[in-house]
Design a binder for this molecule. Structure first.
Ligand code: GMT
Length: 371
């Protein structure tokens, strides 16, 4: 098949899944065309079946914005015509689904459209009043709609009520890349031998509850000698720094910024902490599980479909910092329990969320759409 993949290129779960899916489809012999405003952060593979098409901003002094929706639509039209695409897969509906639909109308080509709803395109951004009907309309023009958890499917049906049947296709992890590795020097560069490593990875936006991370860590530090390693960047970092000063824990918190290959650092953690307020799936939790690292997280949205309470990790209600801290302390205090959670986590990641299985589900979905 000739497949177009429209996605956000920056670090984040939807771009990651879109890229991994495309790269693996290319390995299976399909021609894959990524369409985005810059090269997706994980697209490092050189493969004759992988192509990247840059969406260039439309600038003119009259406009004070760059008309991204128009430039993306125009680029999809170009690529569809030049490469005779059979299908365009929009990852994250806003504005990708609508652009794909417009491109089909304008080009007169009969390519199919698959939309994958990733989370905030329905739960947060999609609830924005002016966007709501445009988003709903865009999604409904797709030949197939998939989403990444049962939660997200139910939520979409309840709050958007689209006409299409939604298929749940879970996110996946490459368990050959995300796997336990010896701690060695890398761990030593992060913390002392007698310190536990608590790690949080996110875009530090409000749905990740960045303040919650510090509140929980502050509680943990009362009982456990530990370092907090923060990976990623975003608007919540300033508030985190303020809280660190307030709690006088700055020396125990380490900001590593954006890291592309988190598979090298996640295995160094004794516990991954993700107290999210919204999370359709939670890629970091799955990646930690594959690395045999126990997780402590909120139990919000789709997280309980990824984590099994008491088996692969521990969960508490969002904002229940006391309980979340108790969970981290429990894991840090029992090496046997931590190891058991880790081993179960990897087993679940490999059995339920493995790359081959999920890519097979996407391929089947494409084949059904193509008839
Ligand atoms: O979490 C974010 O803010 C980024 C967002 C994205 O578009 O990458 O993540 C969403 O999609 C991921 C991949 O499907 C999911 O693992 C995340 O849970 C989901 N985020 C939210 O629902 C808040």
């Amino acid at each position: 098949m000739n497949i177009g993949i429209v996605c956000y290129p920056s670090i984040g779960g939807s771009g990651l899944i879109a890229t991994e899916l495309g790269v693996n489809l290319a390995k299976l012999g399909h021609q894959v065309h990524f369409i985005s405003y810059s090269v997706p952060f994980k697209l490092s593979t050189f493969d004759r079946n992988v192509n990247f098409h840059s969406v260039d901003p439309i600038n003119y002094p009259l406009f004070n914005q760059t008309l991204y929706t128009f430039s993306l639509t125009a680029k999809i039209i170009d690529v569809v015509k030049e490469y005779n695409l059979d299908l365009v897969h929009a990852h994250y509906s806003i504005p990708h689904s609508l652009c794909a639909h417009l491109a089909r109308e304008v080009s007169g080509r009969e390519f199919k459209i698959v939309t994958t709803l990733h989370g905030t395109d329905v739960t947060i951004v999609g609830q924005n009043k002016p966007l709501f009907s445009l988003n709903k309309y865009g999604i409904e023009q797709s030949d197939k709609v998939t989403t990444v958890s049962q939660f997200q499917k139910d939520h979409t049906n309840r709050y958007i009520g689209i006409a299409n049947e939604i298929e749940v296709i879970y996110n996946f992890v490459d368990a050959e890349i995300f796997k336990p590795i010896p701690k060695g020097k890398c761990r030593a560069s992060l913390a002392a031998d007698d310190e536990k490593i608590i790690m949080h990875i996110s875009n530090f936006r409000s749905p990740k509850d960045p303040e919650g991370v510090i509140n929980v860590f502050h509680e943990v530090r009362r009982k456990v000698k530990a370092k907090l390693i923060l990976i990623g960047d975003g608007p919540g970092i300033g508030e985190i720094k303020t809280l660190c000063k307030k709690f006088k824990i700055c020396d125990h918190v380490c900001f590593l910024g954006k890291i592309d290959n988190v598979e090298n650092i996640i295995p160094m953690a004794d516990c991954i902490l993700q107290p999210s307020l919204r999370e359709s799936f939670g890629m970091v939790l799955l990646e930690a599980m594959a690395c045999e690292v126990p997780t402590v997280s909120s139990n919000v949205d789709g997280i309980p479909e990824v984590v099994v309470q008491g088996e692969t990790g521990l969960m508490a209600n969002p904002k229940d910092y006391q309980k979340l801290a108790e969970h981290v302390i429990e894991i840090c205090s029992s090496a046997d329990f931590a190891q058991e959670l880790g081993i179960n986590g990897r087993q679940r990641a490999v059995e339920k969320f493995n790359k081959e299985k999920i890519i097979g589900e996407y391929l089947k979905c494409y084949q059904n759409v193509m008839g």
